[in-house]
Design a protein around this ligand. Structure first.
Ligand code: UDP
Length: 151
């Protein structure tokens, strides 16, 4: 089972879409392994988005991600990283396909509601950045065998 980091960005919280979007991930069959609402400071925002440092949109992105609280979580499931990425859709909400989260709720390149780790390496780095080990909880979800048969 794979774990991935999600961030419901400030636009998602402010637009009161957090519950609706978490419900999509749960309905897909992903297990919530960690979840918290926090105010991000610039240092954490800059660490999370370090790969974009120096790009023209970087300062605006840090203003955005620190501009209000976020809900950050860890989701677990079969192929969770690629499953979440495909549920998010393309980065730019204008281009994102209908049916995806960004396609259904965003018309912006920056304000695209949700972050999801893009690789196993990113997921490992990001989960360690946002959560202490004891905050990521292992438990068995009732009926898990009906969601994924292990094949
Ligand atoms: N972003 C932006 N302008 C751009 C590209 C990206 O503001 O031209 C923001 C957007 O919020 C995006 C984040 O920077 O989600 C990280 O960009 P990345 O290319 O990693 O997109 P993602 O993996 O989130 O789809």
């Amino acid at each position: 089972m794979q774990k991935t980091l999600i961030i419901l960005k400030p636009d998602c919280v402010q637009r009161r879409l957090a519950g609706e979007i978490i419900a999509r991930f749960e309905a897909k069959g992903l297990r919530i392994a960690a979840l918290k609402l926090i105010q991000v400071d610039r240092a954490l925002g800059e660490k999370h988005y370090a790969e974009h440092a120096g790009k023209p949109f970087f300062e605006g992105l840090i203003d955005f991600i620190t501009g209000g609280p976020v809900v950050v979580g860890v989701l677990e499931g079969n192929e969770a990283i690629s499953v979440v990425r495909s549920m998010l859709g393309a980065t730019n909400g204008v281009a994102a396909a209908p049916g995806t989260i960004r396609g259904d709720f965003s018309i912006s390149k920056q304000n695209n509601l949700v972050h999801g780790s893009d690789s196993p390496e990113s997921a490992t780095r990001e989960i360690a950045l946002w959560f202490k080990p004891g905050e990521v909880v292992d438990y068995t979800v009732a009926g898990a065998q009906w969601v994924f048969d292990g094949a």
